[in-house]
Design a protein around this ligand. Structure first.
Ligand code: ATP
Ligand code: MG
Length: 377
């Protein structure tokens, strides 16, 4: 008889059990409940929490035992929260993998209690995806009626007074993005096909839009200035503090591996090595001041977490469960080398001018990393 697989924390956790990626409101259900109960501060109309409690949810609070989720500029988070309580939308822009989507998900979970109401912008997004479409069987049978209308996430947000997330908005053609212009200024959506009160949908208090846009995609479809004026822009920067990034990568890697029932021994030295490699290649300079050529791929924190997880799984399934620099090197090339063969040369150059001297000077994980160089393609 086949052995029953071991259940990991994601499998047996009450919140989100059985989901590959439970939404933030389920993952942090207990924290949101505790914040709501302790919240005595003024709340904007339609909000589930006060701005102070929302900030505590993202940036942590020792008194309420709320864990920090976003590592970076807390004042940027405050400005983002204020924007959402104003009559303008919030646009988070930045390099890939800087946690724009994570921030928007956490803000939506804290402010509206739901983060799944989202539109994914693509080159194929149409006005129907943004506003509403029809159930054609009902439309043919009964003509246009509220029953036949299929609401978009934006429609739902206006009707219920919640936030709607618009992911990768600049991937949509500008004329499609501009559907938002009048909705954001008038806070009204007209459904010309319907008669009576259903013809005009007035947004309820609490409605607003959080957009995310990747600076690398931005040139593809520039936003119109009319739409830009309806958003407050906040730039999310990569984490620059080595200690913060080490803490985050170590924590995320540990969490993700536990979720897939792969408990791996991760030493702080290996996480430090991995994060150092990412930070130095991202910045184009080593901690000794040696100039490096930056790879064309983005060496983001998100990418560092993925490499750490892949290395951890490698260690678990093929090597007895102790993560070593050797596993990191085996998965590093996959992160650095995406479409530009020159990036591999840049990585090898990093081994020559940074890893080798450090191995001679500091030894330990850097020596192990140097020895694993032969596993690069
Ligand atoms: N400053 C940060 N604080 C906390 N987590 C971070 C930070 N930067 C990156 N991360 C990690 O990166 C992961 C991925 O980030 P996310 O997908 O939100 O990035 P993104 O900016 O939306 O990227 P993309 O532009 O590719 O969509 C997060 O879940 C988190 O683990
Ligand atoms: Mg994103």
């Amino acid at each position: 008889m086949a052995k029953k697989p071991r259940e990991g924390p994601a499998g047996d956790a009450k919140a989100g059990g059985g989901m590959l990626k439970p939404p933030a409101e389920l993952v942090y259900e207990a924290e949101l409940k505790a914040l709501g109960e302790a919240d005595r501060d003024p709340r904007p109309p339609g909000w589930k929490l006060s701005p102070r409690a929302v900030r505590a949810f993202l940036c942590g609070s020792e008194t309420l035992s709320i864990r920090r989720k976003f590592f970076g500029d807390d004042t940027m988070i405050e400005r983002a929260i204020v924007s959402l309580s104003s009559n303008r939308g919030l646009m988070l822009v930045g390099e890939p993998g800087t946690a724009k989507s994570m921030i928007s998900e956490l803000l939506a979970a804290a402010i509206s209690g739901s983060s799944i109401n989202a539109i994914q912008g693509t080159a194929g997004t149409t006005e129907d995806h943004i506003k509403y479409s029809w159930n054609y069987a009902l439309l043919l049978a009964e003509g246009p009626s509220p029953r036949a209308l299929v609401p978009s996430p934006l429609y739902v947000a206006m009707k219920e007074g919640t936030l709607v997330r618009f992911e990768e908005i600049t991937r949509c053609p500008p004329e499609i993005q501009d559907t938002l212009v009048s909705i954001l200024s008038e806070k009204v959506m007209i459904v010309p096909e319907l008669d009576g009160p259903d013809r005009v949908l007035h947004a309820r208090p609490g409605f607003n839009v959080i957009g995310t846009a990747n600076t690398r995609d931005r040139g593809v479809n520039e936003m119109s200035s009319a739409l830009k004026r309806r958003f407050n822009f906040e730039t999310v920067h990569p984490i620059r503090d080595l200690k913060q990034e080490i803490e985050l990568v170590g924590r995320e890697c540990d969490r993700l591996l536990k979720e897939v029932s792969a408990p791996v021994t991760i030493t702080p030295q290996v996480v430090e090595l991995l994060v150092s490699v990412f930070q130095e290649l991202r910045e184009g300079v080593s901690r000794e001041g040696i100039q490096l050529e930056r790879p064309s791929t983005v060496m983001s924190t998100a990418e560092a977490v993925s490499v750490a997880m892949a290395a951890g799984l490698d260690a678990f399934y093929f090597d007895g469960g102790a993560l070593s620099p050797r596993h990191v090197v085996r998965h590093l090339a996959g992160a650095v080398l995406k479409d530009n063969p020159d990036d591999l040369k840049k990585l090898k150059h990093y081994f020559d001018v940074v890893v080798k001297p450090r191995s001679q000077k500091e030894g330990g994980p850097w020596t192990e990393m140097l020895e694993a160089r032969k596993s690069l393609p």
